[in-house]
Design a binder for this molecule. Structure first.
Ligand SMILES: [Zn+2]
Length: 328
């Protein structure tokens, strides 16, 4: 009874106190907004730059968003392509806003695209080492030429660091720790709240990591390869023992020859499901799916409900890879 009175009293005091001044934080993509909410709770409001459904690579901020940034105390960058061009402009809009590179402590893996045209000309991947290096060099050279003419495409390319770090629960903890530290700097009164929020978030990441590991437990050897239009899942694949095969080559849609090579390869690997992401075109994935007598399935790297998005992707990917040995 006494406890109940304290609870009620506490509630009245909290309700009666003037609204706590919130800080405004900006993030590039929706999963970061999820991280922020877990860590900051009610102490921060969030502005998300890339709206749901938009392609995070080709996105350009709207004037209204630049106005909103004028009120933000901190910008949490995550290493997306558009940030490179836009962060200086964000800084010009709001000189007081702290810009925090939440991916700074993360060692990135390179983006990989296979040179299927070279394969068609008689280079066999299985020959390995030297040939592959030569192919990669050739691809890089070719790509240098392509870059000048390419006005669009998804902007990440062979050998460049993979920006999709938020799709690994382990790396999400690194991003979260960086957010916590910057929040404490921007709003020292909330230090203990941010520390506690981060600890809860880190525990959630650990649980999620364990749940995803369980999903991939017991996969037969040789059933781990998934084909995906845009290769967002490099860190996820590394964490859970999968192999990602991109349809996009060097950030661009493949031509008919490469499509044919991909179909051949998918058949040889027993691939039956071709993965797409909701923000991008499904045409070419559908062509490949048709060519292998399989289906397409969507997995979303930008889900607003980050843990649900990762769990859903894990289940879909498991369904996609299981049985590949028999399909071969
Ligand atoms: Zn991407």
């Amino acid at each position: 009874m006494q406890r109940l009175i304290f609870v009620i009293l506490g509630f009245i005091i909290i309700s009666a106190s003037p609204a706590q001044a919130k800080i405004l934080a900006a993030v590039s993509i929706s999963p970061q907004a999820y991280f922020l909410k877990q860590i900051a709770g009610d102490r921060a409001d969030v502005v998300v730059m890339v709206p749901p459904g938009a392609d995070a690579h080709t996105y350009e901020p709207k004037p209204r968003q630049l106005t909103e940034l004028g009120k933000a105390a901190v910008y949490f960058a995550v290493g997306m392509d558009f940030e490179e061009a836009w962060l200086p402009r964000f800084a010009a809009v709001n000189g007081k806003m702290a810009i925090v590179h939440t991916d700074a402590g993360i060692e990135k893996i390179p983006m990989v695209a296979h040179d299927h045209e070279a394969e068609e000309h008689g280079h066999d991947k299985a020959k390995g080492g030297k040939d592959h290096d030569r192919d990669t060099a050739k691809a890089a050279e070719k790509h240098g030429q392509d870059k000048a003419e390419a006005g669009h495409g998804h902007e990440h390319h062979d050998g460049e660091p993979d920006p999709h770090v938020w799709l690994s629960p382990k790396l999400a903890k690194v991003i979260g720790a960086s957010m916590r530290d910057a929040l404490i700097q921007a709003d020292p009164e909330g230090a203990s709240a941010y520390a506690a929020g981060y600890d809860r978030f880190a525990a959630e990441c650990d649980t999620l990591d364990g749940d995803i590991k369980k999903i991939f437990t017991g996969l037969p050897a040789g059933e781990h390869k998934f084909m995906v239009f845009h290769p967002s899942w490099g860190y996820f694949a590394r964490d859970y023992g999968l192999t990602q095969e991109p349809i996009e080559q060097l950030g661009r849609e493949p031509g008919p020859k490469v499509l044919a090579a991909l179909i051949k390869e998918a058949k040889a690997d027993g691939v039956k499901v071709v993965f797409v992401q909701p923000q991008m075109s499904v045409t070419q994935a559908a062509t490949i799916a048709k060519g292998i007598g399989g289906t397409t399935a969507a997995i979303d790297p930008l889900a607003e409900d980050w843990p649900a998005g990762l769990l859903g992707a894990a289940k879909a990917l498991r369904q996609g890879v299981v049985g590949q040995t028999e399909n071969k």
